[in-house]
Each structure stands twice: as C-alpha cells, then as structure tokens.
Design a protein around this ligand. Structure first.
Ligand SMILES: [Zn+2]
Ligand SMILES: [Zn+2]
Length: 583
C-alpha cells in the first residue's frame, strides 16, 4: 500500500482497540483487556499527526514496545486489513445482540468492559438488566458513570436488538437440552428468560443447568456442545456461538436454583415488582435468593418458596408480564391456567394431501403417541396458496384414507375436516354439501388482498355466520417478529364468535402463535370459545406446536374451561352440530 491510511481510518482504530478490549474482557483475558483499555484511551488522545507517525512505525514494524503486545497486534492487523474490516472483525467476536448494540457507535465499548468487570454483564440483555436494576444516584464511581452513559443510550437502541422467533429458540433449546441432560450428575436443564415465558420472539436463548458442582458442570457442558466460538466462560455463566444459534448457559447448585430461575426468567418488570414487594416487607430479593434484614438467606431453593415468603402463590412464568399479575396474585385472583395435559385432541393438522410433510397415517400415529382421544385432519381447500391443495376429487380420496385408518387405529377418533379459505367476498372455498359431509370445518384468511380492516371483518363475519364454520383459525394472521397481522376490530370479531357459536383459535405454529395471549383473553371475556391447536405440518411437531399453543393461551390467563378441545370428542361434535343447526 503506497498511500497511508486516511485520517478517518486512523480515527477508527481507537474503536477497534476498544472493541478488542470488550472481547478480551468477556473471554476472561483480563490482563489483555486492561492493556487494551489503556491503549484505547491513549490512542484516542493522540493528535492526527501522532496517529500518522504511530501507524507508520507499526507498518514498518519499528514499534519497539511502544504499545503493549495485545494493542500492537490489534493495530498492526487493522492497518493490514483496513479499519472497516477490523471493526467488523472485532464486532463478530462479540455475542450477537451486544455486537448489534455496539455497531451503532453510540455506546462506548469501554463502558461495557467496566460493566462486565463490576456486574458480570455479558450480553446486551445483561447490560440492560444491570442498568435497570442499578439506582443512578448511587456512588459516582467509574462503574456508575459507565452505567449512566449506557442508560442514556440503551432505550433508543433497544429496537435494534435481534430477537429469535420462538420456534427457532425452542429447536435450539431442545437440541442442547438432550446433550446437557446426558452429562453425569445433571439435576435439571431448563429454559430461562422469554423462552420460558413462551414469548413469541425470544431475546437470549438462556439455559439453566442445575448441578452440585456448577463450575465443573458448566465446563463439561461447554465442551460437550463443541461451540464454534466461546464468547464468555466464567464459573457459572457461559455465552456460546453454536452452529444453530447463540446460547447462554448459567449453572447453579440446587439450593440456589429457585432464585436463579426466578431472577433470570423475568420479565424484568415482574422481578422489579417482586423486589419492591420484598423491600416493603423488610426483605431483599437478589439474583441469589431472598434475604432478611440481617442479610440471612430466607428462601432460594424453589420459586414457590420465594413467592410464598412474599405472601404470594406461585405465578406461572407465562403470566410474568410485569403488568398487574402481582396484585392479582396477592388478591387471590390468578386464573387457573390451561395445562398441556388438559388437551384431549388436536383440531388443526395438515398432511401430504396439502402442504404437510407427512401422511395421514403418520399424523394419526403421532396423535396417538401423545395420548390424544381425537385428531382432526384439516388440509387446505382448492383456492389456498399452499403448494398442494385438496381438490374435490382428492378430498374424496383422503376420506377413503381416513376411513381405512379408522379401522386400523381403534381408540383414537379421526375427524375428517378441512381448513377452508375465506374468499374475497367472504364466501367459502368449498360447496356447502361437501363441507356438510365433513366432521369439522375450520375457516381462515391467509391474505388480505390489501383489504381494509373493516372489509376483513366483513369477510370474517360472513364466514362466521355460515353454519358450516366451526372454528376461525389464526384470526389475526400475524407472523411474530415480522408482521403484526390484521388491525381488526377484535372486540367485534369476538362478539360475533360468541353470538354465532363459532370458536376462535390459538394456533401454536411458531409462524402464527395467533391469537396471542392478550387477544385470547379478550376473546374469552367476550364469551367466545377457544380452540388451541398445533396446525402441525409434520408429525414430529404435533406435540411441540401444541405446547407452544398452550403456552400462548396461558400468557392470556386462559383456563381449560374456555377451550373446546379440552372436552371429549362428543362435545366437539355437539359444538359443530349446534353451529350447523343455526340457520
Ligand atoms: Zn392457515
Ligand atoms: Zn393450517
């Protein structure tokens, strides 16, 4: 290179050093981190001419000990590759969401080093939690000044934090759960954070490992998972990059598990509510337990014990929104929640007859393995945008398939149904007499044709008034994290559902999770009946997607009594028949 680096490039090297300091700090290389922090500060104070001279010496490799080794290597590499590539390279070494926050240049990486050293914060969520939990008026030492600066910028940056769709987070968790559970002495492997709260999108995939030897077990887990990169590995906390995504691990002894679970399940607002309640009772709630005024441990081994000492019943993770759940719990007004074992059948599944990936046989056997009493096979109608659909002819062939299986698989009722598209004018995509020959008809909108919310509601209303339609599936038609779905008048929709005897669905497909918990709650309050379904397109997701549907419904405080498929198949048939008799 004949021309030296530009002034902007030379300026950017201060940031390269600072980002390198973060990576070293998180990786536990404290001496290097300290050297890099000093070097970053020193470099930042250089004049443009001094930066030019330093760069020239480094490029001639004439820098005889002027910079500490870690800084010299970082600077020399950055001068070779260019500052842009060096910045990107350093950001890539960091946990993804922290990297996304630091990318903007608005946060000082050196503040992140300080907050890690003082508070152990590794990811952006950790930093945000520390900022939220630390009173700004506390002593003005370096850590607090750093926190104050971070707090000033974090709210504006929060929307840039990457979130993982729930389905992907569950897959990642299930993969590592098996590997970690197989390690000797492991007492429990559990999801924490928004994953445990069944949030439709997940911030960090954070997993708790309970073991009598937390540090040893964590080390064994890190090596068993063979990560592509170890961002951080401390005594009880590791952040890893795996082939399928980023994973946070925490480990603790069994007697600490209740407190660690509670603290790291969140939500932050819920934990803050509990912390304030503890203070009002002369106690103090911390990440390692509940303590009395003398600093003695009061309760830590189970979440229930901690809630109990605070005078509360256990609040289910799905309800820990940080809204009014603590007050409701204190008043004895928590709902009795739907449980996965209340579900007696699945009313919404797909097979190879439309866009599913498994045969009717495979879906039926999977339903039997889950202990269901019934399963409805509900493929897509002719006009659906699916890869394959049911023509009238194929619907008849499918009926023969179902009839054959009814004989082959006694003890499980197979309902032959359909997921019929609601057409542009609100009519249905199959003739009435065809639908009348089926056990159950679900109706859905899969697109909006650019229709206004009022027009969409009209289409739903016409479909709901149709005697054949027993259930309206994924009513908001949303995609979590990507598309908020229809801006419908849901109040009107739910009242119509109640009035016409049509059920509305909580769809457990991770691409739907629709209705969400809050809408499901409003549907119930409007007097509508819910179904909770998997909408599974393959057999191995039948159970998982039902669990996600149940978790989503629980987020809205839904009880078994609100859900049609917690009842026996005769009740389901009666529900369908009652709707068909309304003419
Ligand atoms: Zn659908
Ligand atoms: Zn479907």
């Amino acid at each position: 290179m004949l021309l030296g680096p530009s002034r902007a490039e030379l300026d950017a090297l201060a940031r390269v050093l600072a980002l390198r300091a973060v990576a070293c700090e998180l990786a536990g290389a404290r001496e290097d981190a300290d050297a890099l922090v000093e070097a970053a500060r020193r470099y930042a104070a250089l004049s443009p001419q001094e930066r030019q001279r330093a760069a020239a010496r480094l490029r001639r490799e004439a820098d005889a000990g002027e910079w500490p080794a870690a800084a010299r290597e970082t600077l020399a590499a950055a001068l070779r590759t260019g500052a842009g590539a060096a910045l990107a390279g350093q950001l890539d070494l960091l946990p993804a969401d922290l990297s996304a926050l630091l990318q903007s240049g608005e946060l000082d990486p050196l503040d992140v080093v300080v907050v890690h050293r003082r508070h152990g914060a590794v990811t952006a969520a950790d930093v945000a939690a520390v900022v939220a939990a630390t009173a700004p008026e506390a002593a003005a030492d370096g850590a607090h000044q750093a926190l104050r600066r971070l707090a000033a910028h974090l709210p504006a940056l929060a929307p840039r934090r990457r979130r993982t769709p729930l389905g992907r987070a569950v897959s990642l968790f299930e993969r590592v759960e098996v590997q970690i559970a197989a390690l000797p002495g492991t007492l429990a492997v559990e999801a924490l954070g928004s994953l445990r709260r069944v949030s439709p999108t997940v911030g960090d995939v954070d997993v708790l490992l309970v073991h009598p030897d937390p540090a040893g077990a964590l080390a064994a887990a890190v090596s068993a998972l063979a990560p592509a990169r170890v961002h951080h590995h401390g005594r009880t906390r590791a952040v890893l990059r795996l082939e399928h995504g980023e994973l946070g691990l925490r480990s603790c002894r069994p007697e600490r598990a209740g407190a660690v679970r509670l603290w790291h399940t969140g939500s932050a607002a819920h934990v803050e509510g509990l912390r304030r309640l503890a203070v009002s009772q002369g106690l103090s709630l911390r990440p390692d337990g509940l303590f009395d005024g003398g600093g003695r441990l009061v309760a830590a081994d189970s979440e229930a014990h901690i809630y109990e000492r605070l005078g509360l019943p256990l609040i289910a993770p799905e309800l820990r929104h940080g809204e009014d759940e603590i007050a409701r719990a204190a008043a004895g007004r928590l709902p009795s929640l739907l449980d996965a074992c209340d579900i007696r059948g699945d009313l919404h599944t797909h097979t190879l007859w439309s866009d599913g990936r498994d045969s009717v046989d495979a879906m039926v056997f999977a339903a039997r393995r889950l202990g269901y009493e019934y399963v409805a096979i509900t493929d897509h109608s002719p006009s659906a945008a699916a890869t394959r659909v049911l023509t009238l002819d194929r619907l008849r062939q499918q009926a023969a398939d179902v009839a054959r299986l009814r004989t082959a698989v006694p003890g499980l009722t197979i309902l032959h149904g359909v997921e019929v598209d609601i057409l542009a004018d609100g009519s249905l995509d199959l003739p009435d007499e065809v639908m009348a020959g089926l056990d159950i008809v679900l109706a859905s909108l899969h697109e909006s044709f650019g229709h206004s919310p009022a027009r969409l509601l009209e289409r739903y209303a016409r479909a709901m008034r149709h005697p054949m339609v027993a259930v309206v599936t994924h009513p908001a038609n949303r995609v979590p994290g990507r598309d908020e779905g229809y801006a419908l008048d849901f109040e009107a929709l739910f009242h119509l559902a109640a009035e016409t005897g049509t059920a509305v669905e909580v769809d457990g497909g991770p691409g739907h999770l629709d209705l969400d918990g809050h809408l499901a709650r409003r549907a119930v309050e409007a007097g509508a009946t819910l179904t909770v379904d998997s909408d599974a397109h393959d057999a191995h997701r039948l159970g998982r997607q039902m669990r996600l549907g149940v978790g989503t419904a629980r987020r809205g405080g839904v009880s078994a009594a609100h859900v049609l498929n917690t009842r026996g198949v005769e009740d389901v048939r009666a529900f369908v028949a009652a709707k068909r008799q309304r003419r």
